[in-house]
Design a protein around this ligand. Structure first.
Ligand code: GLC
Length: 453
């Protein structure tokens, strides 16, 4: 893409190496604060204790149920752990209608219990009394493996009466209200924790699980002596604890203002949880499309793209009014497209604006806009991962990765590695591995490891 004016316009999305270093410094300081007794209250990244202290060995066996709430879909799963690092999974996706996402907590948990019952009946599991792991992917203060108080909703959920409550209890009560299911809730966990467990099940050197999907978060293995908030009795027998960083909240005390743009501020302002999850809002699938929408709107208005298009005022109107019209998957499709056909890009432009013939130059420009936004996101994830890898400081660290942005974007992995090579201590060799169903397999593994203890 050669157009200097468009490049200048997008400059603020390009994070320089010195800015990267600064974000790195601030991020690692924030993680240390999260872990420390004295500074925890002020930390953005709360580094919650998960009460999971063992990684799987691969020998785990048994049948489990798992629930997965907090991504694009709600899922119920049946997981058979088979030993030899293997698992067999059946699952079903259930919609969570918008009214339920923003309705009452009782409605939400009744919906979950109803889907669970449907699944159990369809698979004739009613008489098996399977233990259940609940992957609940929102920030929770855990008071043990089966008790988790929701701190606040994120990612477009806003159900009344759940914040500060124990989601394990709410689930059990909804199951009891139905009266026809016998299920033991064995564990509540975060999807980042599930991803770490699931990847460690296949590769024992895995130490970090990261989600780059609807939201963004990471969980890692910390030494108990560094986890100041962990009660002493958990430090006697075990050397480690999995920590859910909730790094999506980084930036809430102003630490990211020097790299945030007015577009980030707008995305935040229009969200259900304004002022919070600011790091996440620069990275995750729920927000990247929105960033592109706002940037594209201004770029058209400033005559930087679609310049010769006679109906461009229509485009401007659509982009202005139709919040959410640019889905994050479009970014992946556009960046995956091939020059000079740009077939997918043209399809998207047709779908969005009814545009029949986009010029090659406009397609290239649109791709450049997407690239600037996704590259920035990948760089920020890389900062977080490098911080955790350097903190773990082992010679070889495997990172388990899950989430739609990472999975479907053609270059996200490459962009991340590029930055990680700049920031990770050269003494450490790191590897990224794609997770296989972290939320399901991970939930079963947490439940399995728990029952071993
Ligand atoms: C949000 C949630 C976090 C979750 C992440 C990825 O950041 O707060 O708990 O892990 O999304 O789903």
């Amino acid at each position: 893409m050669q157009d200097q004016n468009l490049k200048d316009f997008l400059k603020e999305f390009i994070i320089s190496d010195s800015q990267l270093q600064e974000v790195y410094k601030r991020f690692t300081a924030e993680i240390r604060k999260g872990l420390s007794q004295a500074a925890h209250k002020q930390a953005d990244t709360k580094c919650y204790m998960t009460y999971v202290q063992d990684l799987p060995t691969g020998d785990e066996k048994g049948n489990y149920l798992a629930l997965d709430l907090g991504g694009t879909n709600f899922r119920v799963l049946r997981v058979a752990l088979k030993g030899h690092h293997e698992a067999e999974i059946n699952s079903k996706v259930y919609a969570v209608p918008k009214e339920i996402m923003t309705g009452s907590g009782t409605q939400l948990f009744d919906h979950i219990a109803n889907c669970l019952a449907e699944f159990v009946n369809e698979h004739s599991l009613g008489d098996q009394h399977l233990p259940l792991g609940f992957t609940f992917s929102f920030p929770c203060i855990q008071l043990g493996l089966t008790k988790g108080l929701l701190v606040r909703w994120t990612k477009g959920f806003q159900c009344a009466g759940v914040e500060k409550e124990d989601v394990g209890r709410l689930l059990k009560e909804a199951i009891a209200r139905r009266g026809d299911l016998v299920i033991e809730v064995m564990a509540i966990l975060n999807d980042a924790t599930g991803t770490l467990m699931s990847c460690a099940h296949r590769n024992p050197e895995c130490r970090i699980g990261v989600i780059i999907g609807t939201g963004c978060n990471a969980c890692y293995v910390e030494r108990v002596e560094n986890a100041e908030l962990l009660e002493p009795e958990y430090k006697i027998d075990k050397p480690n604890i999995l920590v859910n960083t909730e790094w999506g909240a980084f930036g809430e005390n102003g630490q990211l203002e020097f790299v945030r743009t007015d577009y980030d501020r707008k995305v935040d302002k229009h969200s259900l949880n304004a002022g919070t999850q600011l790091f996440e809002k620069m990275i995750s699938g729920m927000y990247l499309g929105e960033l592109v929408r706002l940037v594209l709107h201004d770029a058209i208005q400033k005559n930087l793209i679609f310049v010769r298009n006679t109906v461009k005022h229509n485009f401007i109107n659509i982009l202005k009014k139709d919040i959410g019209c640019i889905e994050t998957r479009f970014i992946s499709e556009i960046e995956n497209d091939s020059f000079p056909d740009f077939q997918q890009t043209r399809n998207i432009l047709k779908e969005l604006f009814g545009l029949e013939k986009a010029s090659v130059e406009d397609c290239q420009k649109l791709r450049y806009i997407c690239e600037c936004i996704s590259k920035r996101a990948a760089k920020l994830v890389a900062v977080g991962l490098s911080g955790l890898i350097n903190k773990i400081a082992e010679p070889h660290v495997v990172v388990g990765v899950d989430g739609s942005v990472y999975r479907f974007h053609p270059h996200f992995d490459f962009y991340m590695r590029e930055t990680m090579h700049k920031l990770v201590n050269p003494k450490t060799r790191f590897e990224l591995m794609l997770s296989e169903d972290g939320s399901g397999r991970g939930a079963a593994l947490v439940a399995a490891v728990a029952s071993k203890n």
